[in-house]
Write a protein that binds this ligand. Structure first.
Ligand SMILES: *[C@@H]1O[C@H](CO)[C@@H](O)[C@H](O)[C@H]1NC(C)=O
Ligand SMILES: *[C@@H]1O[C@H](CO)[C@@H](O)[C@H](O)[C@H]1NC(C)=O
Length: 266
């Protein structure tokens, strides 16, 4: 507001007052513990000279770039902040490595030199994710079922933060919510990571068998950074094939690659 006001008042006398603008503050929403992240702050000085770029986490300054200083970059230590000073500039700051306490609100503030001292700032929230140490696991299943048999299975995730979201599918269709049993995620270890459990309980009906097979699939996700599927295929009793209990992982590797692309830079 101040900026526009000044322009209005001074416009007639001087026409060299310009407004600096932040064009983009890029803070990835989700990053991965142990990885690095690049936070970007792009601005247009509109002819003004840059005085400083300051970065804040949760209101506390941790990095400052002042072109007049030698060296121009300086770091103010705080928990969860490991600045890679050599690779940080007036338009980016690299944090490497990230830990859980790196989660928070990151603000970039850009100021112009005297006499205008114009200052603009913007922010973004970042959450550091701990990926599950194991794929989702299905237990309690029998190799073969007959019509009328009860199915009682659990899907259990690896330890993560935040908790993994689990969902059941029967033959590729989302399981009816009435068949799903929810449990609170439980917390273990000094790092207080969470394990999710989701039950599935129903009685086998003829419609559950597609060409003699019934597929139970458990999908585990954390926002857009993690996506894994575990699938068990069971046979109907009337089929004459040997009993099988398959535990397959579908689309594993291609999806896992996405995980690594999300950290900002690797
Ligand atoms: C960071 O800086 C080091 C040298 O100081 C360099 O070897 C490395 O490649 C840089 N990393 C990035 C991502 O620029
Ligand atoms: C599923 O998990 C819940 C909670 O941990 C447990 O009480 C239940 O016995 C488990 N059921 C099966 C079939 O393993």
């Amino acid at each position: 507001m101040w900026c526009w006001l000044t322009v209005f008042h001074l416009f007639v006398l001087y026409d060299f007052v310009h407004c600096i603008t932040l064009t983009e503050v890029r803070v990835p929403k989700h990053t991965i513990r142990g990885h690095a992240v690049k936070l970007e702050c792009h601005y247009d000085m509109e002819g003004e000279a840059l005085y400083s770029v300051k970065w804040y986490k949760d209101g506390r300054e941790f990095y400052r770039f002042v072109p007049r200083d030698d060296p121009p970059g300086s770091v103010f230590p705080q928990p969860g902040i490991n600045v890679d000073l050599a690779n940080s500039t007036s338009e980016q700051v690299i944090l490497d490595p990230l830990d859980l306490s790196s989660s928070g609100k990151y603000r970039c503030e850009v100021s112009a030199e005297a006499p205008s001292f114009q200052t603009v700032s913007d922010h973004g929230e970042m959450m550091v994710v701990v990926l599950p140490d194991k794929d989702p696991h299905i237990n309690g299943g029998k190799p073969r079922y007959q019509i009328g048999d009860p199915v009682q299975v659990n899907c259990t995730s690896g330890r993560s933060k935040p908790a993994v979201h689990l969902a059941w599918y029967i033959n590729d269709d989302p399981a009816d919510p009435g068949l799903v049993k929810r449990y609170e995620p439980y917390i273990t270890g000094a790092d207080r990571l969470e394990t999710s459990v989701l039950g599935l309980e129903f009685r086998v009906k003829p419609k559950h068998f597609k060409r003699g097979d019934m597929k139970l699939k458990c999908l585990a996700t954390i926002s857009t950074v993690y996506w894994k599927v575990n699938e068990e295929s069971v046979e109907g009793e009337k089929m004459q094939k040997a009993p099988t209990l398959e535990s397959r992982r579908a689309m594993d590797d291609s999806r896992a690659d996405r995980v690594h692309g999300m950290g900002g830079f690797v």
